[in-house]
Write a protein that binds this ligand. Sequence first.
Ligand SMILES: Cc1cc2nc3c(=O)[nH]c(=O)nc-3n(C[C@H](O)[C@H](O)[C@H](O)COP(=O)(O)OP(=O)(O)OC[C@H]3O[C@@H](n4cnc5c(N)ncnc54)[C@H](O)[C@@H]3O)c2cc1C
Length: 295
Amino acid sequence: MRNLLLNRLEEATRVSDIEEKKKLLTIVVAGAGPTGVEVSGMFAEMRQSIIRKDYPELGKGFSDIILVDGGDAVLGPMSVDSQNYSKESLEKLGVKIMLQTKVKDFDGETVTLTDHSTIEIKTKNLIWAAGVSAIPFEGIPAESFGPGKRMIVDAFNKVHGTENIYAIGDTCLQTTDEHFPKGHPQVAQVAIQQGKLLAKNLATDEPLRKPFIYNDKGSMAIIGRNKAVADIPKPKFHFNGFMAWAVWLFIHVMSLLTVKNRLRTFGNWVIAYFSKDQSFRMIIRPQDKDKNITA
Ligand SMILES: Cc1cc2nc3c(=O)[nH]c(=O)nc-3n(C[C@H](O)[C@H](O)[C@H](O)COP(=O)(O)OP(=O)(O)OC[C@H]3O[C@@H](n4cnc5c(N)ncnc54)[C@H](O)[C@@H]3O)c2cc1C
């Protein structure tokens, strides 16, 4: 994504046609979940600081960042407080939000959207943040795959229609947990907790095995500098702004492996925070095997 964006900026400095320049600099993000919110917030902040500094010749007014979602709120599964805060924060950053609108098509030049009518946005940049789907493989009965090609599992993570195949994390769909009748969210905590329970269950006699019940520790989403939202389920509590942002950073840095990685990342973040800069702005291209060079 970094390579693509930097290339587009470079190209935009070389074209004089206003429409073409706008097409290179407009970004459409599909999906206003945590990833879509984070990505559009990040681009909006880059536009204010880094791009203005490195590409002053591009001027203002050429680039639009448009966040599109088929639902009627940003961060649909989160609390109304989180939804309102994130929408307002993104709009203040200059992100255009289009709700109840779906991406229908993209041909590399135009994104076609549908709400009640068809809307076309001229752009070369569409970023898909509207969810992942699993990769199915042979050997699993076709009827064992649910929406998003996720494998349907029972309460013990055994794949429907099989006797000795188990699936955990994003790739499985488990509807037996009473608080998540449509399946669990595709987040790391579900995968971690399912993995731990399955490991214990496989080492236990079948009648003593425990069904999976997700312990939801809460949801967070980062919007940008000093801006994040957090919903804690037990006790029900919402907070946002600098505090939520600091907690988000702490949780993510502590999730990294090894103390060295944590310190290095934390150090980089501190520098980036105060300098409002990202040092790594190199364009990297795949190796050209024929010419044996790396550009
Ligand atoms: C952009 C983005 C941001 C996210 N941010 C957050 C966040 O902030 N917090 C959070 O909780 N969750 C977040 N998630 C979701 C989180 O990453 C996933 O829920 C989590 O990684 C699921 O873990 P998993 O082990 O099920 O799958 P994965 O982490 O996807 O691991 C699956 C692994 O299997 C490998 N694999 C695939 N097919 C095969 C094959 N046929 N053979 C062998 N290996 C194979 C893949 O290469 C991969 O390494 C984010 C996801 C995305 C895409």
